[in-house]
Design a protein around this ligand. Structure first.
Ligand SMILES: [Fe+2]
Ligand SMILES: [Fe+2]
Length: 178
């Protein structure tokens, strides 16, 4: 079984990960509208990752014989002034998520919940990657400023991100020929 305090915090974390999914999906729509299909593609891959993150906690709670309680997702931003603002938001959001994972780790230690250690250390490592990736793009976009060439180059680079195998967010996975 799982202590109530840690179970509640993990249920909250499912909501945070699903909100991450929702925010990045909103950015997919925004980037497509801006004609930045490479950035949209990168965020599509990221949105899929966030769904996986939510499901990791979802399954952990179930596997430990406890109860998953899904919560309302909060209203999110649907547009940004510039691509740079969107990437800065993504970076800020990942820092927020890191804080939540840190707090979960703190609670699990206070509750002597050693069984949570493997999943939480996986997430602690994952957050290093998430912050690094979003910070890098935000920094490079700030460097090229308003240069259309620079933005286009970055867009092409981000188009190369590979989907998790079998991702239902990969358009080629569901675009069947008529
Ligand atoms: Fe996440
Ligand atoms: Fe990741």
């Amino acid at each position: 079984m799982i202590e109530k305090k840690i179970r509640d915090a993990m249920n909250d974390q499912i909501k945070h990960e699903l909100e991450s999914f929702y925010i990045y999906l909103s950015m997919v729509a925004y980037f497509h509208k801006q004609g930045l299909d490479g950035m949209a593609h990168w965020m599509r891959c990221q949105a899929h990752e966030e769904m996986i993150h939510a499901m990791k906690f979802f399954d952990h709670i179930i596997d430990r014989g406890s109860t998953v309680i899904l919560q309302d997702l909060k209203q999110i931003k649907t547009t940004w002034k510039t691509p740079l603002e969107a990437w800065q938001d993504a970076y800020e959001h990942e820092k927020f998520i890191t804080g939540k994972i840190n707090n979960l780790t703190k609670i699990s230690r206070e509750e002597n919940d050693y069984t949570s250690e493997p999943i939480l250390s996986w997430f602690l490592n994952e957050q290093i990657e998430e912050e690094k990736n979003t910070e890098k793009v935000a920094r490079e976009l700030a460097l090229v400023e308003k240069s259309k060439q620079g933005i286009l180059m970055l867009d092409r680079e981000l188009a190369a991100r590979v989907f998790v195998a079998g991702s239902s967010f990969d358009p080629t996975a569901y675009n069947v020929a008529p």
